[in-house]
Design a protein around this ligand. Structure first.
Ligand SMILES: [Zn+2]
Ligand SMILES: [Zn+2]
Length: 475
């Protein structure tokens, strides 16, 4: 089945599909269900339930991942483990114990193989830190596997004694089913299941044609292992051959079990295996992580031509929280929708947030834009209004500063910053608008109203300056 890709990330395999909206979505594009306990997700457009496309859709098929599968045992934990077992074969030179040692080493490697299969099947694609400790746990799977092979042998012998043709056919079928049996044993731990023909048939059909490919790879791998032995044998002394061939044999066994595990991982949904670790597709450079998860949803709604729905959801979210990226997005959205009065109203809320977050230039920018939209635009706090005016003055935007300060006294009667605000306004009238009479009017009124104010000397000083300018006729 060809991989389905995310509608909004064309290179990322999709994980879900919305049957109502008919869109395929990658894990990054789905929306977490609010207050969900088990990480349930829903459609970012219609909020409805999603159909799973299966992790299988996001998993690289095993035939495209062979180098990584071959490299699986090339891991320090596994390599040290195999090296120790290989050295242990030297004990085989002891009298009497000999054969027992080889059998034991083989048994221990096979035990490890089943752990590798099980871990891989659950989505652990490189050996876990604790894998060797799991090798030591008392799994008797190799013994069960041996019993299975014995059972097959007996059954086959029995059938062959009745009909040689049937015996041959049974043998072919049994050989063909061995990987399915190994997989079933690793996953169910059950001898009965692993020899149950209907179960094995179900496993093979769940995997489908790729089972044949798996079979072919397993044959190649086991012949690769024997070929290595044949090449090595004439080249070295027996003891070294024993150590090396045990190591290489173990390496190949782990590859084979890892490969079978990977096939189970790839087909775990048709196989009915649960608790599989979700595969995380790497995010392509062209799709940087959004600043806020809700923004992904908003992007998708916009792409689906639903800006009003996007606006509604952002507004609802902003009633409960104050995340700046959401405010920014909401503001842009309102402007793009031409919602002037809503944009102004939102600005009155957003500018104080930006000032509190110490993003004064952004706050100023927003104030300037909104006061262009509506020259009577104001914010509710006197202190913040004065700060905007100061920022505008410092960044040489006298018009914006004067707009911020206009009717300050009416809006904030008795505000402690009132004298400072009007002194600033007088300076702006004088220095930027060349309006000396307006500046003088403001300064005189300030001196009349606040004769005792700490700013009084500065106000008086500035008044003298304005009067000198007036006298020199420069204005
Ligand atoms: Zn996506
Ligand atoms: Zn939908």
């Amino acid at each position: 089945m060809p991989t389905v890709h995310c509608k909004y990330h064309h290179t990322i395999p999709a994980r879900y599909e919305c049957p109502r909206c008919a869109i395929a979505l990658c894990p990054q594009c789905v929306k977490p269900v609010p207050q969900a306990r088990h990480g349930e997700v829903c459609c970012p457009v219609c909020n409805g339930e999603l159909d799973s496309l299966g992790i299988g859709n996001t998993i690289v098929p095993f035939w495209e991942r062979l180098p990584a599968i071959f490299a699986y045992p090339a891991n320090p934990t596994i390599a040290i483990y195999l090296a120790m077992l290989s050295l242990a074969t030297l004990l085989g030179f002891l009298p009497i114990l000999g054969l027992l040692v080889y059998l034991l080493v083989f048994f221990v490697i096979l035990k490890g193989g089943y752990v590798v299969l099980e871990e891989t099947a659950h989505g652990q694609l490189t050996p876990s830190q604790t894998i060797t400790s799991k090798f030591d746990e008392g799994n008797l799977l190799p013994l069960k596997q041996f019993a299975i092979l014995m059972a097959i042998g007996f059954a086959n012998g029995f059938v062959a004694s009745i009909s040689p043709l049937m015996g041959t056919l049974l043998l072919i079928a049994a050989l063909f089913a061995i990987p399915a049996s190994v997989i079933t044993l690793a996953i169910t731990n059950s001898f009965v299941q692993a020899i149950n023909p209907t179960k094995l048939f179900a496993v093979i059909t769940a995997i489908g044609w790729p089972y044949l490919l798996l079979y072919l790879f397993l044959i190649l791998l086991s012949s690769g292992s024997s070929l290595a032995n044949e090449l090595l044998l004439p080249l070295m002394p027996t003891w070294l051959f024993l150590v090396l061939s045990t190591f290489i044999g173990g390496y190949f066994i782990f590859i084979m079990f890892h490969l079978m595990g990977y096939v189970v991982y790839q087909y775990h949904e048709p196989l009915g295996l649960e608790e599989v670790k979700e595969f995380e597709a790497p995010r392509p450079a062209s799709a940087p992580a959004p600043e806020h998860p809700l923004l992904t949803e908003i992007d998708i709604l916009m792409a689906e031509g639903q800006p009003l729905e996007a606006k509604q959801r952002l507004a609802a979210h902003l009633q409960r929280s104050n995340e700046p990226p959401l405010h920014e997005r909401y503001h842009k959205l309102l402007l793009s929708l031409g919602e002037k009065s809503e944009a102004l109203e939102h600005g009155r809320r957003y500018i104080p947030i930006l000032l509190e977050l110490e993003q004064p230039l952004k706050a100023l920018e927003l104030f300037a834009a909104l006061s262009r939209l509506d020259p009577s635009f104001t914010i509710a706090d006197g202190q913040q209004t004065y700060r905007i005016a100061q920022l505008a003055t410092d960044t040489r935007r006298p018009e914006v500063a004067l707009r911020a300060l206009s009717s300050f006294a009416q809006r904030f009667p008795g505000h402690p910053q009132l004298p400072a605000a009007y002194l600033l306004a007088a300076k702006l009238f004088c220095e930027h608008k060349n309006d000396l009479s307006q500046a003088k009017k403001i300064l005189l009124s300030l001196l009349g109203r606040f004769p005792q104010h700490p700013l009084e000397p500065e106000i008086r000083h500035y008044l003298q300056l304005v009067e000198r300018l007036e006298g020199s006729g420069l204005a």
